[in-house]
Design a protein. Structure first.
Length: 161
């Protein structure tokens, strides 16, 4: 875990075992430096997307869960509650959402080098529009698969479109 804007290595624990961020490529693409007024310059998630996705995938068991009085006393968990999470933040809430190919590829490379068990690539909305999925995601995903690392990715939230 790295130390950066609003994120400390002590934020890592038995669940979150790694956290890195990549922004040099985007800064080079935009020929400027992203400031921290719209985004944390760190692995920290400002809009909640990464937090929600990681909770869905690997959230620990939580007892006595209620939602507006429904399901009182339920136990909730993610799909793989005993899994550990390493976050690799490569996309940014800039101009509606942007990713640099260099940052995405570096994140893939480091995840492969860190020997993760599964890569969950969750890039959507405007950020996805800044990439050519058939090249910018498929090529590094193929490298991961060739190393025996499954790559999963959501199809989006748009329904039957």
């Amino acid at each position: 875990c790295v130390s950066a804007d609003q994120f400390s290595p002590v934020d890592c624990n038995k669940k979150l075992i790694g956290a890195k961020y990549y922004i040099d490529g985007l800064n080079a693409d935009l020929e400027t430096s992203i400031n921290s007024t719209t985004e944390y310059l760190s692995p920290r998630d400002r809009n909640g997307h990464g937090t929600q996705v990681s909770s869905t995938v690997a959230g620990s068991f939580v007892s006595n869960v209620t939602l507006r009085g429904l399901s009182s006393g339920s136990i909730m968990r993610g799909g793989a509650p005993k899994a550990h999470i390493a976050m690799y933040k490569a996309c940014w809430d800039v101009e509606g959402g942007m990713c640099s190919v260099a940052d995405v590829w570096k994140a893939f490379d480091e995840a492969i080098h860190d020997d993760v068990d599964v890569l969950s690539v969750s890039i959507g909305g405007s950020a996805l529009k800044s990439l050519d999925v058939e090249i910018d995601i498929a090529i590094p995903a193929l490298h991961a698969v060739n190393k025996g690392i499954p790559v999963v990715s959501p199809a989006g939230n748009g329904g039957s479109r």
